[in-house]
Design a protein around this ligand. Structure first.
Ligand SMILES: Nc1ncnc2c1ncn2[C@@H]1O[C@H](COP(=O)(O)OP(=O)(O)OP(=O)(O)O)[C@@H](O)[C@H]1O
Ligand SMILES: [Mg+2]
Length: 1024
C-alpha cells in the first residue's frame, strides 16, 4: 500500500484504503487537477472516477451509478461525500445551481445525525442504506435529486452493546441544545439520565456533538425546513428518548393475574405534554391491550415484560418512521420539477459487510444486501466480460472466479430461501418461535454448501465449538457469519400493538400523528403488514434494477486495520478483504482482457474525424471503417482486437491516446468551423456595411446636390429680381418723364388754344354771355335730373311712397310736385284696374272710414274684414225662401242680429235684411219677416264710440214701424251695416244718414231718445 496515497486502480475500479487520518489530497487544487483529466495520466483518485463518470454522463449522455462497497469502517460514506463534493465543485455555477448543490450536500449531516451511530468498527457507522440519485440537465448542471433509504437499524434505538452508541442525534441534542430548547423538550442535558443511552455519557474523541448539532440545524435550514418542522422533529426525537425512561412495575390483580402499571408518571406526563395527549390514554396503551374475543373487545392487562416490549416497539417504530419522514421531507426540497429532461448519477453508500460476535437479524439483511452488490460486481466485471469475449470470437482463456449467486439464492429464493421461510414462519398459525424456524431451516438447507448449523454439523458428525445452538451460519462471499436466530421472528414481524398506534394517532402533534396513519380507527385493517424481510428484499430488487440500468463505476473500500489507527496496515486483514471482494480475479481478467469495447458504429461515429478516409463520411461497412481508421493511426496491433460486432482496445492508455487525439482534432475542427463562421460573418457584415455605405453615399450626394441646386435657384431668382427691378424702375422713370412732358405739352397747347379762341371770339361773346351760359347749365342740370328720374323710377306699388331726393336745392319744389303727381298717377292706375265689385267694396270701406275713423273703437278691427254683405246664404238655403222673395234683387246686406228687448233688456235673435228700399227684421225660425221698415222711415242712427256692436235705429214718428219705438240691435258687422245703410240712403234719397256716436244715448244731439213711452226706458250708459 502506498504510504501517502491510499488509492489505486484495477482497470477503472478504484481501490481506496481508509487512511484514518486527513490527507492533503482533497483540496480545491486537487479538484482542479482532476477536472477534465485523463483517467490514467493522473494518480489514482476518487476524484478521477467521479470526473470520468460525470463526463460520461454529460458528454456521452449515459446515466451513471457509483457503487461504493467495502466492510464497515472501510470509508464508503467518506468516499461518497468526496464524490458528491467533487461533482458539486465542477458542475456549473449560478445562484440556482449553488442552492441545489448546497441542498444536496447538506442532506448528508442531517441524515448522518439521525441514521449513523458509533459501532465497535466505526465511529460514524451508517446504520441505514442510502442511494442518492443526483439529476442533471443537458448542460451537466444539477437540478436536484432523490434519496432512497434502506432498512434503518432501529433496534439500536432501544439497545446497543457496551462501547457503542445510540444514534448521534440523541447525544447531539443533549449536548448542543440550548437550556431553553431542552426545557421546552423537557429533556435533561445529562446523557446518564436516559435508559436508551445506557445511562452512560459516551462522548467520542475528536467529535464535538454540540457543534455537530448546530451544523445539523444549519443544514436543515439550508434544505428548507421551517422552524416549526425542526421543532416538531426534535419533539418527536425527545419523545423517543423519554419513552426509554418510562418505568413499569408489576402488581397482581384480584384475579391473580400479573398486571403492569407506571409507578412514577412524571416522564409519561411530560411525554404527553410534548405530544399533546391525555396521559391516561398513553398509560392505558402501554399497560394494557385490547383483544378481540368473540366479537367483543376485551381489555387485558399486560405483564411487565410485555409492557416493556410494547414500549420499546413504540420507540423503535416512532424513530424509524420519523427517519422515513425525514428522508421524504428532504426529497420534497431537492426533488426536480417533473417534465425536465435529465441525466442521472446515482451514488450508493450502503452499510458495509458486518461480522460481529453476536449477529442478529440486522446483520443478516445487511450482509444479504452486500451479497447482492457483490453479485452485480461479479456479473458486470467478471462474468459478463468474459462471456462477451467468447461471444465476440476473441481468443480468451477463462479466469475462474467465485460466483456468489448461490448464496443470494440461499437467502432470497422465493420458496426455500431463508427470507421466504422466515416469512412463512411468521404467518403460520400455531406455535411459532425461533426454534421452529431454525428447525425448518435445518431441514430445507441441510444439503446447502453455504449453510451450517449445530444440527447439520451433528448430522455430518462434525464438532465445532464456535457454532452454538440456536444459531445458523452462512458462508458469505466475505466470510462465514454465525447468526443467532433470537429475535428473528419478532423483528421480521415488526408488529406494534394497535392500541399504541391508535394512541399516537390520537395525539394532537401533527407530525407524530402523521407517522401513524394506521392508528385511525376508521381505517382499521385486519391485513397484516408486509414483513421487514420481504420489504427489504423488494427494495433491494428495485435497487438492483436501478443499478443495472446505469453505467457502473466502482469504488472498493478497504479497511487497513481493526483499530481505526492511521499508518497501520494489517496485511492479513487486507488480504481477506482483497480475496472476498474478488479483486484478484478482477486483476486477472483486467490483465488478460481489454479495457474498452464499443460497437463499431459508435466507435466510428466518435473517432471518424481522426482518419482522412473516414472524415467526414465513411461509405463502407462500420467495421471496415473502424479498421481503416485505426490503420491510419500509430496503434500497435496487439492493442486491438476485432470482435464480431465490437472493437476491443486492450489498454486504457490507448483509449486515452485516442481520446486525446480526438480532443485535439475536435479542437482543430472547432477552430475550422469557427474560422469559416467568422469569415462568413465578417464577409456578410462587410457586404451589409458596403451596401449600407453605398446607400448612405447616394442619399448624401442626392441631398448635397439638392441643397446646391436650391441655393443656385435662390441666387438666380435674386439676380433676376434685381435685374427686373432695375429695368422696371428705368422704364417707370422713362414713362413718368414722358407723362410729365405730355401733360406740360397739353397744358401749354390748351392755354395756347384758349388764348387763340378767346382772341378770336372775344368780340362776339362779350354781353349776355354769362346768362346764356347759366341757362344752358340750368337746362343741362334739369335735363340730367329728369333723365335720371326716368331711369330710376321708384316702384309702382300704391303703398310705396319712396321718391328720390332732389339733387339740387333749386329742384326741391319740383321734386315734391313730381312725387305727388306720381303718387296720384299710381292711384289712378290702380283704380283703373279694379273690378266694379272691388271698387264698390273699397268705396264702402272709404265711406266707413269717413263715418267711423277715430270716432269708434270698433273701427280699426273692421279694417281687415272684407264687407261681404250677404252673411246668411239666402240663395243657397231653401229655408229662407220667403225672405228671398222679400229681398228680390235689391238685397244690400243680410245678417243675423240680436234685438234688445226694451222691457227686459234680453236679446232675441233676428235676421236682418237691408234692401235698396227696406230694412227687414225676420224671425230666424220661420224666416218670416216680422218688421219691414222703409228706409225713408229711419230718422237717424246712434252707436257708441266703444268697440261694441250696439246700434240704435231711430225711426221717424210718422213711420209705421215707429209705433213700437226705436230698435236697439246688436250686430257683429256693425260698421258694415251702418256704412251700407248710409250708402243705400245716399243712393236712394241723396241724403246722408244722421249718425250719432256718443258715450251715452238719450236725448240731445250726441245721443238719441225716442219719444216718451216708445223709446228705451230711461237712459242707458254705453260705457262701464
Ligand atoms: N478518505 C478518508 N480520509 C480520512 N479518513 C477517512 C477516509 N475514509 C474514512 N475515513 C475515516 O474512517 C471512518 C469511517 O469511514 P466511513 O464512515 O466512511 O466508513 P463506512 O465504510 O461508511 O462504514 P459503515 O459501513 O459502517 O458506514 C471515518 O469516520 C473517518 O474517520
Ligand atoms: Mg457509512
Amino acid at each position: 500500500m502506498p504510504s501517502c496515497h491510499p488509492q489505486t486502480y484495477i482497470g477503472n475500479v478504484v481501490i481506496s484504503v481508509n487512511p484514518y487520518r486527513s490527507l492533503p489530497i482533497y483540496t480545491p487544487e486537487k479538484v482542479q487537477e482532476y477536472h477534465g483529466c485523463n483517467f490514467f495520466a493522473v494518480k489514482p483518485h476518487i476524484y478521477a472516477i467521479a470526473d470520468d463518470a460525470y463526463r460520461s454522463l454529460r458528454d456521452r449522455d449515459q446515466d451513471q451509478c457509483i457503487l461504493i462497497t467495502g466492510e464497515s469502517g472501510a470509508g464508503k460514506t467518506e468516499a461518497s461525500k468526496l464524490v458528491m463534493s467533487y461533482v458539486a465543485a465542477v458542475c456549473g455555477k449560478g445562484e440556482e445551481v449553488t442552492k441545489v448543490k448546497e441542498q444536496l450536500l447538506q442532506s448528508n449531516p442531517v441524515l448522518e445525525a439521525f441514521g449513523n451511530a458509533k459501532t465497535i468498527r466505526n465511529d460514524n457507522s451508517s446504520r441505514f442504506g442510502k442511494y442518492m440519485d443526483v439529476e442533471f440537465d443537458f448542460k451537466g448542471e444539477p437540478l436536484g435529486g432523490v434519496i432512497s433509504n434502506y432498512l434503518l437499524e432501529k433496534s439500536r434505538v432501544i439497545r446497543h452493546v457496551q462501547g457503542e452508541r445510540n444514534f448521534h442525534i440523541f447525544y447531539q441534542l443533549l449536548a448542543g441544545g440550548s437550556a431553553e430548547l431542552l426545557q421546552r423538550l423537557r429533556l435533561r442535558q445529562d446523557c446518564r439520565h436516559y435508559g436508551y443511552l445506557n445511562r452512560e455519557s459516551s462522548s467520542l474523541p475528536g467529535v464535538d456533538d454540540a457543534a455537530n448539532f448546530r451544523a445539523v440545524q444549519d443544514a436543515m435550514g439550508v434544505i428548507g425546513f421551517s422552524t416549526d418542522e425542526v421543532m416538531a422533529l426534535l419533539e418527536v426525537t425527545a419523545v423517543v428518548l423519554k419513552l426509554g425512561n418510562v418505568q413499569l412495575s408489576s402488581h397482581f390483580q384480584a384475579s391473580g393475574m400479573e398486571a403492569c402499571s407506571i409507578p412514577e408518571p412524571r416522564e409519561l406526563e411530560e411525554i404527553c405534554q410534548l405530544i399533546r395527549l391525555d396521559p391516561s390514554a398513553l398509560e392505558q396503551a402501554l399497560c394494557s391491550r385490547t383483544v378481540k374475543a368473540r366479537d367483543e373487545m376485551v381489555l387485558t392487562s399486560l405483564s411487565v415484560s410485555q409492557g416493556y416490549y410494547g414500549r420499546d416497539a413504540l420507540a423503535k417504530n416512532i424513530y424509524s418512521r420519523l427517519f422515513d419522514w425525514l428522508v421524504n421531507r428532504i426529497n420534497t426540497s431537492i426533488q426536480v420539477k417533473p417534465g425536465k429532461q435529465r441525466k442521472v448519477m446515482g451514488v450508493l453508500d450502503i452499510y458495509g459487510f458486518e461480522i460481529f460476535q453476536d449477529n442478529g437479524f440486522e446483520q443478516f439483511v445487511i450482509n444479504y444486501c452486500n451479497e447482492k452488490l457483490q453479485q452485480i460486481f461479479i456479473l458486470l466485471t467478471l462474468k459478463e466480460e468474459q462471456e462477451e469475449y467468447v461471444r465476440e470470437g476473441i481468443q480468451w482463456t477463462p479466469v475462474e472466479f467465485f460466483d456468489n449467486s448461490i448464496i443470494c439464492n440461499l437467502i432470497e429464493n422465493g420458496t426455500c430461501g431463508i427470507l421466504a421461510m422466515l416469512d412463512e414462519e411468521c404467518l403460520r398459525p400455531g406455535v411459532v418461535n425461533e426454534d421452529t424456524f431454525l428447525g425448518k431451516l435445518n431441514q430445507a438447507c441441510a444439503a446447502h454448501r453455504h449453510y451450517e448449523s449445530k444440527e447439520t454439523q451433528n448430522a455430518k458428525r462434525v464438532t465445532d465449538a464456535s457454532l452454538p445452538p440456536r444459531c445458523f451460519r452462512i458462508h458469505h462471499y466475505a466470510g462465514k457469519v454465525t447468526y443467532n436466530v433470537t429475535g428473528f421472528i419478532e423483528k421480521n414481524n415488526d408488529l406494534l400493538f394497535r392500541d399504541l398506534s391508535q394512541a399516537m394517532w390520537a395525539s394532537r402533534h401533527p407530525l407524530l400523528r402523521s407517522l401513524f396513519p394506521e392508528g385511525d380507527p376508521q381505517k382499521v385493517s385486519l391485513k397484516l403488514p408486509p414483513t421487514a424481510g420481504s420489504q427489504f428484499k423488494a427494495s433491494v430488487a428495485t435497487l438492483m434494477r436501478n443499478l443495472y440500468s446505469k453505467n457502473p463505476n466502482y469504488i472498493r473500500c478497504i479497511k487497513p486495520n481493526e483499530t481505526k489507527a492511521p499508518m497501520l496496515f494489517t496485511r492479513e486483514l487486507v488480504l481477506v478483504q482483497i480475496r472476498y471482494l474478488g479483486l484478484l480475479e478482477n486483476v486477472r481478467v483486467r490483465r488478460a482482457g481489454y479495457a474498452f469495447r464499443q460497437l463499431y458504429g459508435s466507435f466510428l461515429e466518435r473517432y471518424k474525424m481522426l482518419g482522412k478516409k473516414t472524415w467526414p463520411r465513411w461509405a463502407g461497412s462500420e467495421r471496415a471503417g473502424a479498421e481503416a481508421l485505426l490503420a491510419e493511426l500509430p496503434i500497435p496491433a496487439e492493442e486491438l482486437a476485432y470482435g464480431h460486432t465490437k472493437l476491443f482496445i486492450r489498454s486504457p492508455r490507448t483509449l486515452f491516446d485516442l481520446e486525446r487525439r480526438r480532443q485535439e482534432r475536435v479542437a482543430e475542427l472547432a477552430t475550422l468551423i469557427q474560422k469559416m463562421f467568422r469569415g462568413w460573418r465578417c464577409r456578410t457584415q462587410f457586404q451589409l456595411m458596403r451596401k449600407s455605405q453605398i446607400l448612405i453615399a447616394a442619399w448624401f450626394r442626392g441631398h448635397a446636390q439638392k441643397h446646391r441646386y436650391r441655393q443656385m435657384r435662390r441666387s438666380a431668382l435674386l439676380l433676376q429680381a434685381y435685374a427686373r427691378g432695375w429695368k422696371s424702375r428705368r422704364l417707370l422713370r422713362e414713362l413718368k418723364s414722358q407723362r410729365r412732358r405730355h401733360r406740360a405739352a397739353s397744358t401749354i397747347s390748351a392755354y395756347w388754344r384758349g388764348y387763340q379762341v378767346r382772341k378770336t371770339y372775344r368780340k362776339y361773346f362779350r354781353s349776355g354771355a354769362s346768362a346764356r351760359l347759366a341757362n344752358f347749365i340750368y337746362r343741362r342740370l334739369v335735363q340730367k335730373f329728369f333723365v335720371g328720374l326716368r331711369n330710376n323710377l321708384p316702384p309702382l306699388a300704391v303703398t310705396d311712397r319712396t321718391w328720390p331726393p332732389a339733387p339740387y336745392r333749386f329742384l326741391a319744389g319740383t321734386n315734391q310736385e313730381l312725387k305727388d303727381i306720381f303718387h296720384r298717377w299710381k292711384c289712378k292706375k290702380y283704380r283703373e284696374q279694379l273690378t266694379p265689385q272691388r271698387r264698390a267694396l273699397l268705396q264702402a270701406k272709404l265711406c266707413a272710414s269717413e263715418l267711423f275713423k277715430d270716432k269708434k273703437t270698433l273701427y280699426p278691427k273692421s279694417l281687415p274684414q272684407p264687407f261681404q254683405g250677404e252673411y246668411l246664404g239666402l240663395t243657397q238655403n231653401p229655408k229662407y225662401q220667403k225672405l228671398h222673395a222679400v229681398a228680390k234683387d235689391k238685397l244690400v246686406m243680410a245678417e243675423a242680429v240680436r234685438k234688445v228687448n226694451r222691457a227686459s233688456g234680453k236679446t232675441v235673435p233676428r235676421l236682418l235684411l237691408l234692401t235698396t228700399e227696406h230694412l227687414v227684421l225676420a224671425e230666424p225660425k220661420g224666416a218670416q219677416p216680422k218688421t219691414v221698415l222703409s228706409l225713408g222711415d229711419i230718422r237717424s242712427v246712434s252707436v257708441t264710440r266703444f268697440s261694441d256692436g250696439f246700434l240704435a235705429l231711430h225711426l221717424k214718428e210718422s213711420s209705421t214701424g215707429g209705433t213700437k219705438g226705436d230698435f236697439l240691435l246688436v250686430s257683429d258687422h256693425l260698421i258694415e251695416l251702418v256704412t251700407r245703410l248710409h250708402q243705400t240712403l245716399m243712393d236712394t234719397t241723396a241724403q246722408a244718414l244722421p249718425l250719432h256716436i256718443a258715450d251715452q244715448y238719450g236725448g240731445g244731439a250726441s245721443g238719441w231718445a225716442g219719444p216718451p213711452g216708445r223709446g228705451l226706458q230711461g237712459r242707458v250708459s254705453w260705457g262701464g
